[in-house]
Design a protein around this ligand. Structure first.
Ligand code: 5AD
Ligand code: SF4
Length: 434
């Protein structure tokens, strides 16, 4: 039986799709990258905001058309939309056969087999333990850099966020299985590991905290680069910073979602820091690791956000000048505290204009940060051929900036020293030092 899988949403989902592939391949299913040849099509979905959700619903409408040509074709929704809507998805999407949540992928082979008799199958239970400890995906991403999920779920309960409901409570993975996966990736020739978790620095296994796990990984695969995301700002400890500083193979990059620059809004969001505390965290990071990059997530138009709150966000962005940010307009998600108790009262047009303003501002900050690299010599890990120019490669420096440079006899997957000679708004231009 042939399966086809399409992935939406964050890196966790990309990793999960690989877990799904491993599970299905092990049970004798065959993977196809041609949707028309598939016996079952799976969409691994995201429900964090309205926009990706709409995209997936539209995609489903297109895909269901294939059922007309292939009467035996089965369609499944897995991931966050499954746990968000549960069996209501069967009502919303008439041609859907299968709904499986992020903690039930091990059941997929058995559930898919049962679909033969025109049954519909659903499992959206969330677990309180990591379920995929023994499943090691083939190696994810581009053959150079791989994701490893080290924890799942979130206990923070930010009032706007669906994650604690769609992915469940925090559950960390056994460090032995993480280390095994790191070693395996190294053996396969991977050069970089990106540790993933909704709240990566909340990792906790028996007595092991995140900084200890990170140190263990840095020592176990000293020739691999290690990145991690996403950090929750108040979980950044001195111990963590010391480990990041100490090991040259740990990248000097922190992804720290600010969400808003107004303490009043942060408190409505139930974030665990004030703006002043966030600034102190940044100060502490920069004191210990001056040449690091800090990126963020910022949201506009959260419930009751005034022009004054928005100006505060602008002020804080100007103070910090993040290297880059992911920026969103708030969309109310059913099931969250904000959906039930707070007023989504910022008009959509205002959410958009505020969003456009912060996007413009961030663009100038990213440019400012990139330009600071000009003239420096940096080590780049070559990831592939540049999309703009096939005579050039692209790769990243230790801060996660993308560098493009002429190939000059170098190889994908190798580390090279480059001089940074220029910068566009998004990318550094380098020259290999022979
Ligand atoms: N509306 C808009 N953005 C959201 N995010 C999470 N929930 C919502 C929502 N309801 C954003 C946050 C988070 C990122 C992953 O997605 O900024 O950090
Ligand atoms: Fe959602 Fe907040 Fe958890 Fe991030 S920390 S996943 S925003 S609840």
């Amino acid at each position: 039986m042939k399966f086809y899988i399409e992935t939406y949403g964050c890196q966790m989902n990309i990793y999960d799709s690989e877990i799904i592939c491993s599970i299905l391949l092990k049970s004798g299913f065959i993977k196809t990258s041609n949707l028309k040849k598939a016996d079952i099509i799976l969409l691994n979905t995201c429900s964090i905001r309205e926009k990706p959700e709409k995209k997936i619903f539209n995609r489903f409408i297109k895909i269901k058309g294939f059922k007309k040509k292939n009467k035996k074709l089965k369609l499944g929704i897995v991931g966050c939309l499954a746990t968000h809507y549960k069996k209501k998805l069967f009502e919303k999407l008439k041609f859907l056969d299968l709904i499986v949540g992020p903690d039930s992928y091990k059941k997929l082979p058995e559930m898919i087999k049962k679909l033969k008799n025109n049954n519909k199958e659903i499992d959206v239970r969330l677990a309180n333990k990591e379920r995929y400890t023994k499943i090691i995906p083939n190696g994810v991403r581009n053959g150079i850099s791989a994701f490893i999920s080290i924890m799942r779920g979130c206990d923070n309960m930010c009032t706007f966020c669906i994650v604690p409901f769609s992915r469940g409570r925090e559950k960390s993975r056994n460090p032995n299985s993480i280390l095994k996966e790191c070693k395996l990736l190294y053996k396969k020739g991977y050069k970089e590991i990106i540790l993933l978790g909704q709240n990566v620095d909340a990792y906790f296994w028996k007595k092991m905290k995140f900084f200890q796990l990170l140190e263990l990984i840095a020592k176990t695969v000293p020739l691999m680069r290690i990145r991690f995301l996403t950090s929750y700002p108040s979980n950044i400890t001195k111990n963590l910073l010391k480990v990041v500083k100490k090991y040259s193979n740990i990248c000097k990059h922190f992804h720290l979602p600010l969400q808003s620059g107004s303490t009043r809004i942060l408190s409505l969001m139930r974030r665990k820091y004030t703006v002043e505390e966030f600034l102190l965290i940044i100060k502490r990071i920069k004191k210990i690791i001056p040449d690091c990059s800090i990126s963020s997530d910022i949201m506009t138009g959260f419930c009751t956000e005034t022009q004054e709150d928005h100006r505060e966000t602008i002020r804080i962005m100007n103070l910090i000048k993040f290297n880059f940010s992911f920026m969103f307009k708030y969309s109310s998600r059913q099931g969250t505290y904000a959906y039930r108790k707070l007023k989504d009262n910022v008009p959509n047009s205002l959410k958009i204009s505020r969003l456009n303003e912060i996007i413009r501002l961030q663009k100038s900050h990213s440019f400012y940060r990139l330009k600071q690299n000009i003239g420096k010599i940096q080590e780049v890990l070559i990831e592939g051929i540049s999309k703009q120019d096939e005579k050039s490669y692209y790769g990243r420096n230790y801060k996660n900036d993308i560098i493009v440079f002429t190939k000059n006899n170098s190889k994908i997957g190798s580390y090279k020293k480059v001089t940074i000679i220029n910068s566009t708004f998004t990318t550094l231009i380098g020259e290999i030092i022979q």
